[in-house]
Ligand binder design. Structure first.
Ligand SMILES: Nc1ncnc2c1ncn2[C@@H]1O[C@H](COP(=O)(O)OP(=O)(O)O)[C@@H](O)[C@H]1O
Ligand SMILES: [Mg+2]
Length: 395
């Protein structure tokens, strides 16, 4: 995955009521910690002080904490406009070393709450606590019950899709016995092959959902989600290559939001390059599996991915590292213990290397249990499913 440094970005979180709008500099110096403050989750957007705040952010906000730079008049004008045009949104000015004239200008504009930059968690907590009632009023909307499990990879080719398709199909069988449905979204818009690996070729794909816009509803979703023999619903990647950066964050978050109302578990296969929307989806996920291999390049890249996600406020304990293609040899160049040391966290999950079994399954589009009833890979996959149950507090 490449470095992620576009001009502006937003990390969306489920049911977030508080929107943080900060410049690059303030994002970097803020002390975010976990993405939930005073019981509410926050969306974070990196937007420069002279730039407008996109309408979709304003639309969903209950509270906006927005940076004001005394040396940039446009930033004060932006704040005032926001406040005047959106009476139902509480606007909090975030200012570095506020001077008396700045404070006076804010008060004249009707801004009652000011918070000091660099942003410190405690200050934010205090301000939000004061607004508790106001925020809670906006959170009364129904919240879906389904959980999101994302699969990301250190580098392409580590077997993320292979593990995901097999695990999701097995998990769908497990969930069917409990009376629930599972759906897999192949959001690898440029190289997605999850449907092929499951031996199905749906006519409709995720691009129909992206095109649906306002028509998006449970019926449209159901028509696109093809049913695999395991019971797993599969939303396939587009048939034609699709530029990943043309997808809007809200557009895709709305689709996944709808899916969590329809299915108890939603698996996401994500592209290997970070985009605005893929980071938001990871931030919204309940569990994130980071698939790695026992190579220096893969582990090094995994370490970078983890650092980026944690820096962006994704809770570290949601991310589970899975080592794929582990050789059961006594003397390995790199073993699981070396791997945990390299990436600086414990690795509880691994999957045995078995190229002929895995490749036969994927090429034929069948589940590995149909090829070989007992295998080390099946056993490992079942441990992965147990981990999902444990992390989602099910079973
Ligand atoms: N446990 C495994 N043992 C052996 N080969 C594997 C294993 N998991 C995946 N592979 C192989 O790795 C290759 C790449 O897998 P794929 O899932 O497409 O990668 P990714 O989605 O991470 O880019 C496939 O040929 C697949 O058969
Ligand atoms: Mg893949």
């Amino acid at each position: 995955m490449s470095e992620f440094e576009p001009n502006s970005w937003t990390i969306r979180r489920p049911g977030a009521a508080v929107e943080l709008v900060l410049s690059q500099e303030e994002v970097l110096t803020a002390e975010f910690g976990p993405s939930v403050v005073a019981g509410w989750s926050l969306d974070t957007s990196k937007i420069e002080p002279d730039d407008e705040v996109p309408e979709e952010i304003v639309k969903r906000a209950r509270v906006i904490v927005i940076e004001v730079r005394p040396d940039r008049p446009a930033s004060l004008a932006r704040l005032v406009r926001l406040h005047v045009e959106n009476p139902s949104v509480a606007v909090i000015a975030a200012v570095r070393n506020p001077t008396v004239p700045t404070m006076q200008a804010l008060l004249r504009a009707g801004i009652k709450d000011v918070i000091a930059l660099p942003l410190v968690r405690n200050d934010l907590e205090t301000v939000l606590e004061r607004m508790r009632e106001e925020i809670e009023r906006g959170l009364a909307q129904a919240t879906p019950t389904g959980k999101v499990v994302s699969i990301i990879k250190s580098v392409g080719g580590v077997g993320a899709t292979a593990l995901l398709t097999q695990a999701a199909a097995l998990y769908a069988q497990r969930e069917a016995d409990r009376g629930f449905k599972v759906c897999l979204f192949d959001l690898d818009l440029q190289g997605g092959n999850a449907a092929t690996h499951l031996g199905i070729s749906p006519n409709l794909t995720v691009s129909e959902l992206l095109d649906a816009g306002k028509r998006l509803d449970p019926a449209v979703l159901a028509s696109v989600a093809a049913e695999h023999e395991s019971g797993l619903r599969v939303v396939a990647a587009p048939a034609d290559l699709m530029p990943t950066d043309t997808v809007g964050v809200d557009q895709i978050c709305d689709i996944i939001h709808l899916a969590t109302a329809e299915y108890r578990t939603v698996f996401l296969d994500l592209p290997s390059d970070w985009t605005n929307w893929s980071l938001s989806l990871v931030a919204q996920s309940d569990v994130v599996f980071l698939i790695v291999e026992l190579s220096i390049a893969s582990l090094r890249q995994a370490q970078r991915q983890l650092a980026l996600l944690v820096k962006l406020g994704v809770a570290a304990d949601k991310i589970q590292v899975v080592v794929n293609r582990v050789e059961k040899k006594l003397f390995q160049q790199i073993n699981l213990k070396d791997a945990s040391e390299t990436i600086g966290r414990q690795i509880g999950l691994s999957v045995t290397n078995d190229f002929s079994l895995m490749n036969t399954a994927l090429n034929r589009g069948v589940m590995i249990g149909d090829i070989k009833s007992k295998s080390a890979v099946s056993r490992d996959l079942n441990k992965l499913l147990d981990a999902i149950d444990m992390l989602l507090e099910r079973g």
